[in-house]
Design a protein around this ligand. Structure first.
Ligand SMILES: Nc1nc2c(c(=O)[nH]1)N[C@H]1C(S)=C(S)[C@@H](COP(=O)(O)O)O[C@H]1N2
Ligand SMILES: [Mo]
Length: 319
């Protein structure tokens, strides 16, 4: 049996976290040709860890709050995507049926410049940036994700909303060939298409992102390929996946979870540890991969950026 000593850069899988690998890989890319040999070995290691090769061009987030990223594996293997299944660990195994070819996005309603455009062409209109955000599901789990996308407000500006546009409504693809639960028709778990909405001033805030990827690569299907909304100060269900339609409307849209269960869910869904869900406390959350729970932050830690939007509103009423 041949025994050889490992070179120092060749750490074993359990000696290094996926985030460290990700950063190491960046360093290798920066080093360039001189590190080709080492880098191919690292690529192999990355493949084993299922970490994607970064393919998107984007401005990096400096991560000023030093948020600890969840791993690619965690982010892509625990998903809520009812169009496939309510089983959170099974979504990743079913998501391959989502057909993202020729993805057409319609932007209409109360705007000067409505738009019907393929996903590829829409993305070319914007500079991509990374946004490392906390993400808090209403069910009490959370994660930190390095999304890549463009600010929703940049899209809003492009289509020039009329003064009559008070809300923005989003819709997920309706395609029973892509989504098994839509194929079940009336027996599906919820009514489709999935719908979400924001007030126009919420949509114009700096934080909401139209995300087209994560960890530097295009959006995994289970996370809402090819393009999804991310609203980091609201419960996860506002962050609608696989968006095909954005409509500027006069009235508050009836979002999916309010429609399904108005006693438990409203339009706003702002993360708020002081207002319990009718069936459980919202004071704490479990970060994917950790054993202990941590405190949930007001507006999920984005109070400084968004609290002004809700001044004077009774937060126990506008849930
Ligand atoms: N179309 C659609 N969008 C959706 C959902 C869904 O079932 N269908 N689930 C929501 C919920 S409840 C959460 S917590 C997040 C989960 O996103 P993730 O799977 O990327 O973690 O997606 C949201 N967007
Ligand atoms: Mo959720």
């Amino acid at each position: 049996m041949k025994i050889f000593k490992k070179p120092s850069w060749q750490l074993s899988e359990n000696e290094v976290t996926p985030k460290e690998l990700f950063e190491k890989r960046r360093d290798f890319i920066k080093l360039g040709a001189a590190s080709l040999v080492a880098s191919s070995a690292l690529t192999e290691l990355l493949a084993k860890e299922n970490i994607p090769t970064p393919t998107l061009n984007y401005i990096k987030d400096t991560n000023p709050d030093n948020l600890k990223l969840n791993t690619f594996e965690q982010i892509t293997s625990h998903n809520n995507f009812y169009e496939f299944t309510t089983n959170q660990s099974r979504v990743k195994d079913l998501a391959h049926t989502l057909d993202t070819d020729n993805w057409l996005i319609t932007i209409d309603g109360e705007v000067e410049k409505p738009l019907e455009i393929y996903f590829e062409d829409l993305v070319k209109m914007f500079d991509l940036e990374e946004r490392i955000y906390r993400f808090r599901c209403v069910e009490g789990w959370s994660m930190v994700v390095p999304w890549v996308g463009f600010p929703l407000k940049e899209l809003v500006k492009k289509v020039k909303p009329l003064s009559s546009a008070k809300y923005v409504k989003f819709e997920t693809l309706y395609d029973p060939f892509s989504f098994p639960d839509q194929k079940r028709g009336k027996l599906g778990v919820i009514d489709y298409p999935y719908v979400e909405g924001l007030r126009i001033d919420e949509a114009m805030n700096d934080l909401p992102l139209l995300a087209v990827g994560l960890y530097g690569d295009s959006m995994p299907k289970q996370n809402g390929a090819p393009i999804r909304l991310i609203v980091p100060w609201k419960y996860g269900f506002k962050s609608i996946k696989s968006v095909v339609k954005v409509s500027f409307v006069k009235e508050e849209p009836l979002n999916t979870w309010q429609k399904e269960n108005p006693r438990e869910y409203g339009f706003y869904a702002n993360v708020n540890p002081n207002v319990d869900h009718p069936r459980w406390s919202q004071k704490r959350e479990r970060v994917l991969g950790s054993f202990l729970k941590q405190k949930t932050l007001m507006y999920n830690g984005y109070e400084k950026e968004v609290a002004h939007l809700y001044k004077g509103m009774d937060l126990t009423k506008y849930i």
